[in-house]
Design a protein around this ligand. Structure first.
Ligand SMILES: [Zn+2]
Length: 275
């Protein structure tokens, strides 16, 4: 079955139909969803875990896992109390990843040095809890500034842990893809892989080994074509998976099994045991 490696299931846009939305994912062949725990603000980091606990064990729904982390533009909130909360969340069995964390120089907001410091503090916490990380990296248009700073930080503070992680909603070029693979990261593609102007991204995807890729929705954002602009949901991850399959030259079944296997391996999960 398919794995949606990144969905914001706690988003208020699912308030009315969250269970039905998860049931549609199951019917579409999605067996696992990683619910991203960044909240609207750092304070809401635990909402993804709450959703896991609410729905896991119910029949005909995907198995849910959670992450917890402080989004780059919320790192100004990363005081000792918030970091202690993150540490407690990462100790929970369902919380398998720290993220999404990273650097966002595209939007104006939290100053870059604050983002970098917040990232480093979270890497230390994730390392101590032995949780792989989910990276959000977005440079200014036409620049690689955020990537350059990110790789410098990961080389110094993350490579030695050997824990690896995921480049979520990958949007870099071939050089950034190679550096990510070299760090032991998986590269996750979202619905933007299906957009007409994304040919450079498709060219990168086409060169990647099958054991290095994941698919995700980043729901409720980034709905794949032909529903671009609408509210996205995990059931639609299949469309991105099929585009990726064609790019790397495998069948839909092969991309499904490879991306799910890659996800389970990174997080040391056993499909027969559940959570
Ligand atoms: Zn996200």
């Amino acid at each position: 079955m398919l794995t949606d490696s990144h969905a914001h299931l706690d988003n208020e846009r699912y308030a009315e139909d969250r269970e039905a939305m998860l049931a549609r994912a199951w019917e579409a062949g999605v067996g696992t969803v990683l619910a991203i725990g960044i909240g609207e603000q750092a304070d809401g980091m635990d909402r993804a875990l709450d959703i896991c606990r609410q729905f896991n064990g119910r029949p005909n729904l995907p198995t849910l896992y959670a992450s917890a982390g402080i989004y780059p533009h919320n790192t100004h909130e990363a005081d000792d109390a918030v970091l202690a909360k993150l540490d407690r969340l990462l100790a929970e069995p369902e919380v398998i990843a720290c993220g999404e964390i990273g650097l966002d120089y595209y939007h104006e907001g939290t100053p870059h040095p604050v983002q970098r410091e917040g990232l480093i503090r979270q890497l230390e916490i994730a390392a101590a809890r032995k949780r792989p990380i989910l990276i959000h990296c977005r440079p200014k248009d036409g620049a690689t500034d955020a990537w350059d700073d990110l790789f410098e930080i990961l080389e110094a503070h993350w490579r030695p842990t050997g824990l690896g992680g995921v480049m979520h909603c990958f949007g870099g070029g071939w050089e950034q893809a190679q550096r990510s693979l070299d760090l032991g990261f998986l590269i996750s593609f979202a619905g933007n892989l299906t957009y007409p102007k994304a040919q450079p991204l498709r060219d990168v995807a086409a060169q990647l080994p099958l054991d290095a890729v994941l698919v995700e929705t980043d729901a409720p954002w980034l709905a794949p074509v032909p529903d671009r602009g609408k509210r996205n949901e995990p059931a639609w991850v299949l469309r991105t998976a099929l585009v990726l399959a064609e790019l790397v030259g495998v069948t839909g079944e092969e991309i499904t099994s490879a991306t799910t296997k890659n996800f389970f391996k990174l997080f040391s999960l056993r499909p027969d045991v559940g959570n």
